[in-house]
Design a binder for this molecule. Structure first.
Ligand SMILES: *Cc1c(COP(=O)(O)O)cnc(C)c1O
Length: 357
């Protein structure tokens, strides 16, 4: 009924999980499903991920939604908790937490908890966003070792800032730094998200943390998912709701931004920025219709966009249109728009129906 929909292919999800397992055969998987599983529907994706170490989300509210849906899988809060009064909720719902700041350490030391928490102490290896600088890491570790609210052994984590740059040696250096700092400490060690899982095998360690690759999208701007045998999980679709004769010299859309240099036919597609298709998409952004890649023309509006179908087209009202996914990668579309695939998939709005196959 809803013609503007994201088809979510759960067998592609399984396939990608297997690809990642093969890529890092000695590691377990913390599947990252924050931000509504990158727009794919967090609960449904969580229910379909089995044989993994656990699920990773950014925030406590995401974890509580999962527990409310009766999902019993271990959950790690990647940003940790934000206030001491949240700690009993972490205990109650059996949530593991990253510890990345001095305030969190103070809160943990002071709290009175019914059970100790499983924690992931974060080393800052160069992102300089969250985590402990190497010079404060050892001391922090020792304080937490003595803390009765912390389960032992402490798990250790870091996050790379340039792992998607294949010719940048910094990721190897950061891996080295992590290994030096953690020494032979027991507990689980986790360094790699999707890019490092695919490109930097020395960083695999105990647990890999793939997000985007699980959804069949390349973490690299200049490599395609198929280079790694990953299959797109989401295909964003709508339909042609009008096919119009269009005269040379006529403009289309708000602001008359684009004018045709020849007689043609234009297709009007029922999707716009109200669905999360970016308004910034420029003329020429690729759109897949009946097996042809065709250019977006004119401004994207809230509910519609227009495509130059060409004078000889046989496309008709009701025909399927693919904005990204199967046959047209989100990576390529993102490149035209000047963003990354991550932003495209996470920004779909609730008007887009998620249909699972
Ligand atoms: C989001 C996130 C990931 C997953 O990153 P991808 O590039 O999508 O694989 C892994 N680890 C942390 C800490 C994250 O915040």
């Amino acid at each position: 009924m809803n013609i503007t929909r994201a088809i979510i292919n759960l067998s592609a999800l399984q396939h990608n999980l297997q690809v990642l397992k093969k890529q890092a055969p000695n590691s377990k998987i913390l599947a990252i499903i924050k931000a509504n599983a990158y727009g794919h529907g967090m609960i449904k994706i969580a229910q379909n991920l089995t044989g993994i170490y656990g699920l990773g989300v950014a925030r406590l509210n995401e974890a509580l939604v999962l527990r409310d849906a009766n999902i019993k899988t271990p959950i790690v809060l990647l940003e940790g908790f934000f206030a001491q009064e949240n700690l009993p909720l972490l205990v109650k719902h059996d949530l593991q937490t990253v510890i990345h700041s001095k305030q969190q350490v103070i809160d943990l030391l002071e709290a009175k908890l019914e059970k100790p928490l499983k924690i992931w102490l974060k080393l800052d290896v160069g992102m300089h966003r969250l985590g402990f600088h190497p010079h404060e890491f050892q001391k922090t570790y020792q304080r937490l070792e003595r803390c009765k609210n912390v389960q032992k052994p402490i798990n250790l984590i870091c996050h790379f800032n340039c792992a998607d740059e294949l010719d940048n040696p910094i990721t190897e250096k950061q891996t080295q730094l992590f290994k030096e700092q953690i020494q032979e400490r027991s507990g689980l060690h986790s360094l790699a998200s999707s890019a490092a899982t695919l490109a930097w095998p020395t960083s695999h360690a105990d647990i890999i943390r793939p997000g985007i690759a699980l959804y069949g999208i390349s973490p690299f701007a200049d490599k395609e998912a198929q280079d790694f045998s990953l299959l797109p999980v989401m295909t964003l679709k709508s339909r042609l709701i009008a096919v119009r004769e269009h005269k040379k010299g006529d403009a289309v859309g708000y602001g008359a931004q684009w004018t045709s240099t020849q007689d043609t036919k234009l297709g009007v597609v029922a999707i716009g920025y109200g669905d999360g298709y970016p308004r910034m998409a420029p003329e020429g952004t690729p759109i897949l219709i009946n097996g042809r890649i065709l250019p977006l023309v004119g401004r994207v509006s809230m509910d519609m966009l227009t495509v130059d179908l060409g004078i000889n087209c046989t496309d008709k009202v009701g025909d399927d249109v693919t904005l990204w996914g199967d046959g047209l990668s989100a990576t390529l579309v993102a490149k035209y728009i000047g963003t990354i695939s991550y932003e495209l998939v996470t920004k779909l709005t609730s008007r887009v129906e998620l249909q699972y196959i």
